[in-house]
Design a protein around this ligand. Structure first.
Ligand code: FES
Length: 137
């Protein structure tokens, strides 16, 4: 079975980068939690953003298949140092082509794209709330 997979995906699966979690209440942290309806797998991806709007670090926890774990590991490496705008342009096909995922595993990379977008959205919402709060003072 393993031979069906490219070494890139196996490498990220066996040595996942940036497994962990951050305080979701930290104002500089955005958290995305998404699930794949097809299989029930769940991915949590968090980003911490610098004042200049670039991603300082990203961590993940994935309850799911090997391809989802590899996709999230790859995604946390990919977003580091990028602006949020750049991060929001990442496509699941970028991830799946890097990892050379087989077609039946495309939805696993979709989970990573969705998780990045959800983390960015969470951060944007937090910042909006913060601005609203400081305007009221
Ligand atoms: Fe569903 Fe991989 S099988 S995320």
């Amino acid at each position: 079975v393993a031979r069906a997979y490219h070494e890139n995906v196996i490498n990220h699966y066996e040595n996942p980068r940036n497994v962990g979690k951050m305080n979701k209440d930290d104002p500089d942290v955005g958290t995305g939690i998404v699930g794949a309806p097809a299989c029930g797998d769940v991915m949590k991806l968090q980003i911490r953003v610098n004042d200049d709007g670039t991603v300082k670090e990203a961590v993940f926890k994935t309850f799911g298949c090997g391809s989802a774990i590899a996709s999230s590991s790859f995604a946390t490496e990919w977003v580091r140092g990028k602006t949020l705008e750049e991060c929001s342009t990442i496509k699941n096909t970028d991830i799946s082509s890097q990892l050379k995922l087989p077609p039946v595993k495309m939805h696993c990379s979709m989970l990573a794209e969705d998780a990045i977008k959800a983390a960015i959205k969470d951060l944007a919402e937090k910042r909006r709330l913060k601005e609203g709060a400081s305007q009221q003072q």
